[in-house]
Design a protein around this ligand. Sequence first.
Ligand SMILES: [Zn+2]
Ligand SMILES: [Zn+2]
Length: 385
Amino acid sequence: MQVCDVERMIAFRRELHRYPELSCEEEQTARRVATMLYEVGVDEVHESIGGHGIVALIHGQQPGPAVGLRADMDALPLQEATGLAHGSTHANVMHACGHDGHTAMLMGAALDLVKARPARGRVILIFQPAEELGTGAPAMIEDGLLERFPMDAVFGLHNWPGVEAGAFIIHEVPHMASSDDFVVCFHSEGGHGAMPHLTTDPIVAAGLFVTAAQQIVSRNVDPEDIAVVSLGSLQSGHASNIIPASARLKGTARCFKPDVRQRLERRIHEIAEGIARASGCEVTLNYVPSTPAVVNDTACARLCREVVEAHWGSDWLVSHPISMGADDMGFLLEAVPGAYGWIGNGNGNAAPALHQPDYDFNDDILEKGSDFLAGVARRFLDNNH
Ligand SMILES: [Zn+2]
Ligand SMILES: [Zn+2]
């Protein structure tokens, strides 16, 4: 990109950062993105897909294959504490996952692809809402994203704090976990704390569930597989001498393989029902499948690595452990082959992590991210005619 284009994209990124919007509420962000797409000169802009999603098209010089590039646009319910001049102006809403940067990187790629159009095929730019809820990608798919804009591959890029600024991580193994949420509630008639024999006790049932849930990964999952079951909430009662009428637990179950995913769900059901039977309580279980694991297509991952090597050299490809974090890019990669790369956001061990109040996207990597996305699109279209 030319210096003036980079400065323009950094200003755009900071503007998005100043006015963050929560998942499913990205109305102004989407409007700003659409306006910028028209200014950049893309060929078509389609709005309100799966909520506030936007799809834009850039046609190559001749017909050919289609490649999708995806960025997310939503922010988090968090009070920003960076003290930066471009800090959030919205109380308790903040771009703490760098989706402002992802949107700006994709816009920079659009600028690049419009200025030097691919020889053939077309590029489908996907600006996705509601990633943080895991609902934006499936909503766009349900709204006809892949039928209206058929694509042969899809690519995306997430920033990664703590990794050298501008270094790329391209996994060839599943690298972000599937994520499912559950709520278990044990019910009783309640009663007097002095007369436990006259009722059933949901607190004891909840305690048994907490302990038993720790054994799912250690006893029911192949030691070669990776999984985690965590409980994040346990709520019940209010007085020392009242046995409450209910105890409610909330948790998350994460892993990388569909069969492990099914097993975690089955065991959570079995344990909740078994404990209910043993304790005499009733139980309700609401198990909510959220996002599938993020799995790169091997050939598409290789293509990403080739782009990094060709543009910046293999020193800029680094390795990094996989993450138990989730991303709804998994839905797109389930439907279309592709790859989701990570780009280092810099700052070493002192770097604020994603979702922390002092985090900010690093503008120094914006141009490189744009060049990567445009380069991946070009190489895919050149290789697949
Ligand atoms: Zn996030
Ligand atoms: Zn994110």
